[in-house]
Design a protein around this ligand. Sequence first.
Ligand code: TRP
Length: 333
Amino acid sequence: MKKQEIVLTGDRPTGPLHLGHLVGSLQNRVKLQDLYKQYVMIADVQAMTDNFENPAKVRENVMEVMLDYLAVGIDPNKTDFFIQSMIPEIAELTVFFLNLVTVSRLMRNPTVKTEIKARGFEESIPAGFLMYPVSQAADITIVKGTLIPVGEDQIPVIEQTNEIIRSFNRLYQVNVFPEAQPLISRVARLMGIDGQAKMSKSLSNAIFLSDSPDVLKKRVMSMYTDQNHIRVEDPGQIEGNVVFTYLDAFDPDTIKVAEFKRHYQRGGLGDVKIKQYLFDVLNQLLTPIREKRAEYAQERGEVMKILLQGTDRVRQVAAQTMSEVRTSLKLNY
Ligand code: TRP
């Protein structure tokens, strides 16, 4: 019999979603919603932990991210979307979980360590940022999530979630929370258009799902290829070459891609020509997404309604979980 998983996943609303999200998580969600109960959370509270000086940015991007979700085919009839800040039970559960975690353990969490560095927080770490993995444990456990699709970089956060779950169940002699299993997508991460390891809005090397054809063309034409491939007739390198990496990731015609690779390595295939081909591939992929997104963007009121309806359903699940938590903690007055 098929195991009944509960899928919980989400994104920080700090910008529109890009191709890295598409291959890393969005395509997975479109499949998972047919197999399991799926919750997709817009993590606005978590976004605040490193954007507390700019709440307007977080607010705007809740809608942008939601438009991206709907445009790629995450279906509100199959998936419950919700806004993290509208589930106060998550904040409540976080407070109880904080007793089960030490500051030094949080400081040793590899995800937190990397992100502290990336944000220049070394000198003075906001407490809210340091403890975000605990809040993330509450995101997951409030719906009793068992399958957590995340990027590779988030694995330590899921490990820490399971430590918290085990502590809770052991200390209070209950079995309230099932353990959570990370689900890492086949294409773990997509390199940026500049050839850096990761596509990211903050590195300005992303192609957004909402990019117009003109912008897409500009970004493809600016892609990093092979610095030594100067004349068309020179042999070119495909390793670390963004254009070929993307063709591998996005062109279903693998035979044609293999031919292009041989031609490029041999010499005689120019960057502009292969970039033009990649543009066509990406534009074909993004056109239906862009069109659907534009339609939803005309109906923002309806889109918000979908989000609030999902949130209502999650609120009920969260209340049930918190009732079990309060009983476990002898706080059921
Ligand atoms: N931390 C995740 C990210 O940056 C987003 C997130 C918040 C999340 N809460 C979650 C992902 C719970 C999965 C489960 O991508």
